[in-house]
Design a protein around this ligand. Structure first.
Ligand code: GLY
Length: 424
């Protein structure tokens, strides 16, 4: 059973069926994409009672939790207590994402490189800190804020506004009552997704997300407008350093805190101009759209690895292709502030080999018409032997899918293209 109903969850269901075509996949609640691969169960991802009941009712032998909200609410603990193997951290472990203050504390104890920061539960103290520190600063709501709780502030005035919005105006409710103010890190970001039993890590291919709405990385922050993998900036030596200096110490510190961690540990890193990695954030789940770009590169062993971890074993090895993957997100008109729903979607049935369209914000109406039903609508992933080919196939296929008001970036992977001197 895959818990969730976005593009990440469609990619998980797709990867499981590819890994083991005889497997029966249930998605709760799923979407029109997952409905083509298995059975959707109409239970929302935050209905813990309903999900635990469904695990029993449908004889689920492995639950994989997509989003952070049910993990932070204790879904993995509830499933484990009722005898259902689950891939995903406990409520205590999920604090690595659900409390930025906790994550900073863990990193400080573990000596993990991250930006200088301070945590506040009092607005006046936070404002005094802002006044005493050089911009740019990042102000983060400590709790879960649906990806909108981190504000990069070029000036101190912006940082003061962000503190007031969170702590005085209660923009994010309880999630913003504690804030972390940190120094802005310069460099290039990448997403490390580690499948872990709390000691050993099996890494998925490294990817880079594009969080800004506009081409060239301008405009408002979004959940992610596309991604590519692998990232040539991340060499094997650098990965070994990330494992040694970031992943392992963090897992050890979590265990020492009484929060032994299993599931995916997502380290969002900044690589500075000297090649040194620092942690921007940890998440307790796969990234979206990172899942849609990296899972198609895994050609074997995924279910075995997740099953092993869910049953208390070590992460087992994965087979991956030698090629490249690029995913382009198609968003609705008005995204991210006020996405418009309802437009009819046409997906050509002759997209090239290697292209997979993952559903996120879609619905299928009674008349069979597929319609826009959320901000990020589809993710168009292309896997090819070379990066420029994957980039070209993803962009051209994104172009051919139609719905009114479609918004997408044609430059996904531009940093990689610049590094290589090749654009698809
Ligand atoms: N793509 C960023 C995230 O999933 O958090």
């Amino acid at each position: 059973m895959v818990v969730g109903g976005g593009g990440r969850e469609h990619a998980l269901a797709w990867a499981f069926r590819r890994d083991d075509p005889s497997s029966e996949v249930f998605c709760a609640p799923g979407n029109p994409g997952t409905a083509q691969l298995g059975s959707n169960i109409p239970i929302p991802a935050d209905d813990l009672d309903g999900l635990v009941r469904a695990a029993g009712q449908y004889g689920i032998d492995l639950t994989v939790v997509g989003p952070e909200v049910p993990l932070a609410a204790g879904l993995a603990d509830r499933l484990t207590a009722s005898g259902h193997p689950v891939f995903g951290p406990t409520e205590a472990g999920a604090r690595i994402e659900a409390s930025k203050a906790f994550a900073k504390d863990i990193m400080s104890r573990a000596g993990v490189p991250t930006s200088q920061s301070a945590t506040f539960n009092n607005a006046d103290e936070a404002l005094a800190y802002v006044a005493a520190h050089a911009e740019p600063l990042v102000v983060k709501a400590s709790g879960l804020a649906a990806g909108k709780g981190a504000v990069v502030c070029a000036t101190r005035a912006e940082a003061e506004d962000a503190v007031r919005t969170m702590m005085v105006d209660d923009r994010f409710g309880a999630a913003g009552q504690v804030v972390v103010v940190e120094q802005f890190l310069e460099g290039e970001e990448c997403s490390i997704l580690a499948l872990t039993d709390g000691k050993e890590c099996q890494l998925l291919p490294v990817s880079q997300d594009h969080k800004r709405l506009g081409e060239g990385d301008v405009g408002p922050n979004t959940g992610g407008m596309g991604a590519y993998s692998p990232v040539s900036l991340i060499t094997d030596d650098l990965l070994a350093r990330i494992d040694r200096d970031i992943l392992r110490p963090t897992l050890r510190a979590l265990a020492q805190e009484g929060a032994p961690y299993t599931g995916v540990l997502y380290a969002g890193l900044m690589i500075d101009t000297t090649g040194a990695p620092s942690v921007v954030e940890f998440n307790c789940r796969l990234g979206d759209p990172e899942a849609q770009v990296v899972l198609p590169l895994v050609t074997g062993g995924l279910l075995d690895c997740l099953r092993s971890i869910a049953n208390g074993g070590p992460p087992t090895s994965l087979a991956t292709t030698g090629g490249a993957s690029v995913t382009t997100v198609l968003a609705a008109k008005g995204y991210p502030d006020a996405p418009e729903k309802g437009a009819a979607i046409t997906i050509p049935d002759d997209l090239p080999a290697g292209v997979t369209v993952f559903h996120a914000g879609t619905r299928r109406d009674g008349d069979g018409v597929l319609r826009v039903n959320g901000g990020r609508v589809l993710a168009v992933t292309a896997v090819a032997e070379t990066f420029p080919e994957a980039q070209r196939l993803s962009r051209e296929s994104a172009d051919r899918i139609e719905f009114e008001g479609k918004v997408f970036r044609r430059d996904i992977g531009w940093r990689e293209a610049e590094r290589r001197g090749q654009r698809g």
